[in-house]
Design a protein around this ligand. Structure first.
Ligand SMILES: C[S@@+](CC[C@H](N)C(=O)[O-])C[C@H]1O[C@@H](n2cnc3c(N)ncnc32)[C@H](O)[C@@H]1O
Length: 319
């Protein structure tokens, strides 16, 4: 039996070493930090005081950034653990990894634009609702430009691969709402700081894109309701206008719930008579294997079908 089964510190160290593989090539600073944590008894001991689900690198690094006002180094992280362990614990227990990546709209747009307009959009697992603003942003698909309805909103760049059906215009959104276990509020400075801290240092233009999307959302904040995707979808969609195409979509969410719960969610959505658009990592959705064929960026944009449209995950799938 592996040593980690008996030794929680060793198990956490293994988790951090594995996470370094995810940050590699994307955030050298977090690769260095992750590997340093994996060898650091002080930080590993601190993590051992938390519930297993709260020991994850993304959460630790975001919480440290939130308290320090800048991404941690191993030195500042060790000081935080030594001097402010209670605050760090509190932040990690009360906050969640809720990365909101507006660029994921680049993979949703081709499917949404092909549906009968106007649309009524429900996003489950919406975080702060930035991926609900799909019509506000503009897009540049390797030179194919689609202009959004908010001229001050960011331009999302996306590399289509294969025969992606690129639209001429953004969809018409008649109604939009989000659902999340813990909605983040774009008008709340603490929530915004948390969203910023979830972005890894050095990850290209993600931080600038997030800031621009938050400004867009602050001009007209999307409604994100508190609730669970397993039980609260019917209540929220009852508010949608009947003369619009109802779309239920989610992006980088289903890996947060167990496999049986994913299956239950899939059954519930199929029965609701809505268009269902799923932008999840390959294999996350039960009964739908990884797709081949047309892809946008690291994502695929397959044509929408009733209750069975899928796209692959977009940048920032690490939650
Ligand atoms: C990684 S974020 C993705 C946010 C957004 N969809 C995006 O693509 O940028 C996942 C979100 O799912 C939410 N979530 C996780 N489990 C949920 C559940 N059972 N019901 C509703 N929301 C949930 C989390 O709170 C979090 O805000």
């Amino acid at each position: 039996m592996p040593m980690s089964v008996h030794d929680p510190v060793a198990g956490t160290a293994e988790t951090y070493r594995a996470f370094a593989g995810e940050t590699q090539g994307r955030s050298p600073r977090y690769t260095e930090l992750t590997l340093a944590v994996a060898e650091d008894r002080l930080v590993l001991g601190f993590l051992g005081t938390l519930p297993v689900a709260k020991r994850q690198p993304n959460l630790l690094f975001a919480a440290a950034c939130y308290l320090l006002g800048a991404p941690a180094t191993i030195t500042t992280l060790r000081a935080l653990v030594s001097d402010r362990a209670a605050e760090l614990t509190d932040t990690m227990l009360t906050r969640r990894t809720q990365t909101n990546e507006p660029a994921r709209c680049g993979t949703l747009l081709p499917a949404l634009a092909r549906l009968p307009q106007p649309l009524a959009l429900l996003e489950v697992g919406a975080s702060a609702g930035l991926t609900l603003l799909v019509d506000k942003y503009s897009y540049d698909y390797d030179g194919h430009v689609v202009t959004g309805t908010d001229s001050r909103a960011p331009v999302l760049r996306c590399q289509p691969r294969g025969p992606v059906p690129l639209p001429e215009r953004v969809p018409e959104v008649a109604w939009r709402a989000g659902l999340d276990l813990n909605p983040l509020d774009v008008t709340d400075d603490d929530d915004v700081r948390w969203l910023e801290c979830l972005v890894w240092p050095g990850e290209g233009d993600r931080a600038a894109r997030l800031a621009a999307a938050i400004e867009t959302a602050r001009r007209q904040p999307p409604a994100v309701h508190r609730g669970d995707l397993l039980s609260d979808v019917p209540a929220v969609i009852s508010q949608a206008p009947r003369d619009a195409t109802l779309v239920i979509f989610h992006s980088a969410v289903l890996n947060y719930v167990s496999a049986p719960q994913r299956a239950e969610f899939a059954r519930t959505v199929r029965d609701l008579g809505a268009v269902w658009l799923s932008n999840e990592a390959p294999g996350v959705l039960p009964g739908i294997p990884a797709a081949d064929g047309a892809r946008a960026s690291s994502s695929s944009g397959t044509a929408p079908k009733r209750s069975r449209t899928r796209t692959r995950t977009a940048p920032g799938s690490t939650g």
